[in-house]
Design a binder for this molecule. Structure first.
Ligand code: PLP
Length: 414
């Protein structure tokens, strides 16, 4: 058996046979070996353009030299600390997060994933308000541990695990009247994504987030921004809420924060929201969270985004890519319903349910990695590294056009 077949056999036997089958069916019978910038190379030497960016984690691309150097240096000194003495990389990262974070967000607690960051925000909101209820949005994706799964707005992922937490209401995303009706004096927090990622790259009406914050505050509730996917430059601003100059009370971060090298997330809060944790700092703890290696990666990531002007670059490349996709959509209305998104968080909604998987397979055949959104398989998402050049984006557009043309032909023949 060759290396690839052996790997798939191990997946079938020790990881999950259905997952192995699905990957094979999608044309993904390939084992990744090396990443560099916007590219992933497999063990046969075949190179793919990474337009999925690890679901948004590769803001800096693969193995960004600054992050790799910071992590290597930290590895030789103290990768994980003793947890009892002060941790300088964590202090430096918390300071940097407070500097770039919107409004009065000041304190950070570091975790290892997006779902943990959301869980933490929910706990901190309960602690700060002593209230039981939360309002989230239909179609939302906040993670798959019990609290964040309860907040996630798709029954497919929720139903097999019921009973979930109590006290959660889901309102249509973008609908302020529905939100107003759902928030009351028992609401601890409203939890929203500035752009729904897995829901299908849904950009809300302008002013939605700022008004949602007002609605929450009027009832004495907090506002939690889930910036796990939108954060750190993805949308052409540091944070998704920055487009409206909105100021959340709590913010969940993860994905891009580790620079595509280390897993790290953060619960970030204002002084008021943090009061309960200030009084009792050990109410929320994590053995791995805030480890020196991950924090060194986080700090290097923020510095690299600043030094390389990646926020402006994401806005410009995003505009270019979106215009190119819109032109393809105009030529193939039978395949593409809409192109939407902001910065380098773009979604292409297809007209037909099964077309998402087909287009994804065709693009992978052409060495472009994309995927559909988890809560909406009709939407192909493009979330390439923010470092992607316009030249490479042009190549992506060329291949995208070819794949859409092939999809159009199949649809026509049906
Ligand atoms: N929140 C949002 C908005 C996300 O997009 C995701 C993951 O896609 C999560 C939370 C969960 O993050 P993780 O997969 O790191 O647990």
């Amino acid at each position: 058996m060759d290396y690839v077949e052996e790997t798939i056999a191990k997946y079938e036997k020790y990881i999950n046979p259905s997952q192995a089958r699905l990957f094979r069916f999608m044309g993904l019978s390939s084992v990744e070996a090396k990443g560099e910038g916007c590219f992933i190379t497999d063990t046969s030497g075949r190179t793919f353009i990474d337009c999925l960016g690890g679901y948004g984690m590769f803001a800096l691309g693969h193995r960004h030299p600054k992050v790799v150097a910071a992590v290597k240096k930290q590895l030789d000194e103290l990768p994980m600390g003793g947890k009892v003495l002060f941790n300088r990389p964590m202090a430096d990262l918390a300071e940097a997060v407070a500097r770039i974070a919107p409004g009065r967000l000041q304190y950070s607690f570091f975790v290892n994933s997006g779902t943990e960051a959301v869980e933490g925000c929910l706990k901190v909101a309960r602690l700060a308000t002593h209230r039981p209820k939360f309002v989230a949005a239909k179609g939302a994706f906040h993670g798959k541990t019990f609290g964040s799964l309860t907040a996630t707005g798709r029954d497919l992922y929720r139903d097999p695990f019921k009973p979930l937490l109590t006290g959660f209401t889901h309102v249509p995303y973008g609908d302020l009247d529905a939100l107003k009706k759902a928030v009351d004096e028992e609401t601890a927090a409203v939890l929203l994504e500035p752009i729904q990622g897995e829901g299908g790259i849904i950009v809300p009406p302008s002013g939605y987030i700022a008004s949602a914050i007002e609605i929450a505050h009027k009832k004495g509730a907090l506002f939690i921004a889930d910036e796990v996917q939108t954060g750190l430059g993805r949308t052409g601003a540091w944070f998704g809420v920055d487009h409206e100059k909105a100021e959340p009370d709590l913010m969940a971060l993860a994905k891009a924060l580790g620079g595509g090298v280390m897993p790290i997330g953060a619960i970030v809060g204002t002084e008021e929201a943090w009061q309960g944790l200030i009084e009792a700092p050990f109410l929320h703890t994590s053995t791995f969270g805030g480890g020196q290696l991950a924090c060194a990666a986080g700090l290097a990531t923020i510095e690299a985004i600043e030094e390389e002007g990646l926020i402006e670059k994401a806005a410009a490349t995003g505009k270019f890519l979106k215009a190119g996709l819109a032109a393809i959509a105009a030529d193939y209305p039978a395949v593409i319903k809409e192109v939407r998104g902001r910065g380098l968080m773009l979604g292409v909604e297809l007209t037909k349910e099964g077309a998402g998987g087909m287009l994804m397979s065709l693009l992978i055949d052409k060495n472009v990695i994309v995927a559909y959104t988890l809560n909406n398989p009709k939407v192909i998402r493009l979330e390439p590294p923010l470092v992607m050049s316009e030249d490479l984006a042009s190549v992506v557009l060329e291949k995208f056009r070819e794949a859409v043309a092939a999809t159009a032909q199949v649809i026509e023949e049906l």
